[in-house]
Ligand binder design. Sequence first.
Ligand SMILES: Cc1cc2nc3c(=O)[nH]c(=O)nc-3n(C[C@H](O)[C@H](O)[C@H](O)COP(=O)(O)OP(=O)(O)OC[C@H]3O[C@@H](n4cnc5c(N)ncnc54)[C@H](O)[C@@H]3O)c2cc1C
Length: 385
Amino acid sequence: MENLYFTEEHKMLRDMVRDFARNEVKPLAQELDESGGFPHESVEKMAELGLMGIPWEEKYGGTGMDTLALVIAIEELGKVCPSTGATMMAHTSLGTAPIALFGTDEQKEKYLPGLASGKKIGAFGLTEPNAGSDAGNTQTRAVLEGDEYIVNGEKAFCTNAGVASVMIFTAVMVEEGEEKGISAFVIDADTEGMSVNPPEKKMGWCGSDTRSVFFKDMRVPISAVLGNPSKGFTQFLKTLTGGRITIGALGLGTAQGGYLKALEYSQEREAFGKPINAFQGISFKLSDMATQIEAARHLVYYAAWKKDQGLPVIREAAMAKLFSSETAMKVTTEAIQVLGGFGYIKEYDVERFFRDAKILEIGEGTSEVQRIIIAREIFKNIQNI
Ligand SMILES: Cc1cc2nc3c(=O)[nH]c(=O)nc-3n(C[C@H](O)[C@H](O)[C@H](O)COP(=O)(O)OP(=O)(O)OC[C@H]3O[C@@H](n4cnc5c(N)ncnc54)[C@H](O)[C@@H]3O)c2cc1C
């Protein structure tokens, strides 16, 4: 599969991130999960390695690589610590991508060097307490007053919000009492009027920062509107499409984290005088896990490759996200079964991958939402079957 998709540069990146993940991220993963902290140390090292700005132009401090390269790095991090993978993924595909893809030259110059180099962390607030899947029901309002917008509202579940220096959020623009549609805004996270709650206590991704963000009479200049104001809604839909490929990559890594543990354990553990992988009941599980991972890998790499060719990718990104996240859930569930009682014990690590897998079926569009998108795309192209 590598030969189908990877250039020499991709292979070098994969080897570099794999070494880093195994040697520097993996030893911290269990403690990070238990303490519920934030992987500051790993983020600093990832910044030094250029991993916090993989797809962005070198002139802005990025690595100048492509979506496939980003996918490879997220997959490798996900194999050892999905929380650390989530931090890098959200920073890149949600907290930086909207600026890199749609920002004005001034916005790029102001924000990208810090974000792409990893000196600053970005967060993206779309979801609200009453607007998740139904993001069009955004209640946050940005009311134009002179040459400023006054923003009021609340964003829920923002990844990286407590550590971010740059915050991107969506709001309905209101001008002269009339609603003008949803736009994205980019601000410094220390802007007066913005505040964050303590971190959420979560089932998984325990080493990733998730918080509610509040805007109370926050004044932002017109120049904070991200890119073209009349294209705000399509801009954030495009951001989410790219984000789905990266969630697919994290699913791929998370699934492998569970699978590799199960594979190793099945060779060592003996029952009835044999290693348990000699039992068909166990070897069939491992066969299914390996097959599902391979299928997910094709979908994720293909979606990334297609995006890098500048081709439409809505259907492929949704399929990659749906299949890969459901694969992560299935594979990590079976991994626990392969380890039996030990699979249920934290020390053996597979239950961490299982807990980290569940969010992948929810974040950046639930599995149900992915099926809606795929169905829409299928029906749209029905005449081409
Ligand atoms: C750890 C974590 C990190 C997150 N990070 C971010 C972030 O950085 N930025 C951000 O903006 N958001 C983030 N989110 C929010 C996440 O994207 C939303 O939770 C998700 O989109 C679902 O929205 P919701 O929770 O409001 O669920 P709802 O939309 O209320 O959905 C509830 C259930 O109803 C189903 N449903 C809803 N509509 C339909 C429909 N039309 N047809 C069929 N079923 C439907 C859903 O699939 C789901 O099963 C994060 C969430 C978590 C838990």
